[in-house]
Design a protein around this ligand. Structure first.
Ligand code: FES
Length: 230
């Protein structure tokens, strides 16, 4: 274990732990939109900015160094994090924050004081509902890459990739065609990790969950090949 200081409080964390883990161990709800503990860190969203020994750093990709002094809760850092998340939200339609199903993104926005008025995208990127178990709403994708890493690193399927540039970057099947014709094995890892609701399971009245004859027989089972562990 090593000891670091987070906002003046000494915290013991395992060697190799990230600053994100250390700050959260200190009881601070640090946002982390592109991070999921189950996959490798990306450091792309900048929602987790802290100050470590005087320097601004993305906490998810910065290892905790013994004796480091970390600031996380100060007003200037909160403003930096809010500005980073506002850039992301500005490329989304307002329904990203007003949808009925609460998402990790809406939690983060609430905690940073970001409202739906920041979201400006008119929509129009469309979706992919070709697959019976996984639906994609491109307008809600923030290109955090969590689904891509979950698919590759946990499931070992490599079915997903990111396509496009800048604010138009979205997740897509690596095969280039519709999701139903991709290498997706329907493990649900991408649905589970998506922080915005861009990738979901079809709801009641849609897909195999309720509408088709296949949904009428329910069988308890455990898939033998899946690394997600749900
Ligand atoms: Fe750290 Fe996205 S969670 S940069």
């Amino acid at each position: 274990m090593i000891r670091i200081e987070v906002d003046g409080t000494g915290i013991d964390v395992p060697e190799g732990a990230s600053l994100l883990a250390a700050v959260r161990a200190a009881g601070i709800d640090l946002p982390a939109l592109c991070h999921d503990d189950r996959v490798s860190p990306a450091g792309s969203c900048r929602a987790c900015l802290v100050r470590a020994d005087g320097k601004i750093a993305a906490a998810c990709v910065t290892p905790a160094a013994s004796g480091a002094r970390v600031e996380a809760a100060s007003d200037d850092l909160r403003i930096l994090r809010r500005e980073a998340v506002e850039v992301i939200v500005s490329a989304l339609p307002s329904r990203a924050l007003t949808a009925d199903i609460p998402s990790e993104l809406s939690h983060v926005c609430r905690s940073l004081g970001i409202g739906p008025e920041v979201a400006h995208r008119a929509g129009g990127r469309g979706g992919d509902e070709s697959h019976p178990y996984v639906h994609l709403d491109r307008d809600l994708c923030i290109a955090c890459g969590r689904c891509v890493r979950m698919c590759a690193e946990v499931q070992g399927t490599f079915a997903l990739t990111l396509v496009g540039r800048g604010a138009d970057t979205v997740v897509a099947p690596g095969t280039g065609g519709p999701w139903a014709e991709s290498d997706c094995v329907a493990c649900g890892g991408c649905v589970d990790t998506c922080p915005t609701g861009a990738i979901t399971e079809p709801g009641p009245g849609r897909g195999l969950t309720s509408a088709s004859p296949a949904a009428e027989t329910r069988t308890r089972t455990t898939c033998g090949y899946c690394g997600v562990g749900c």
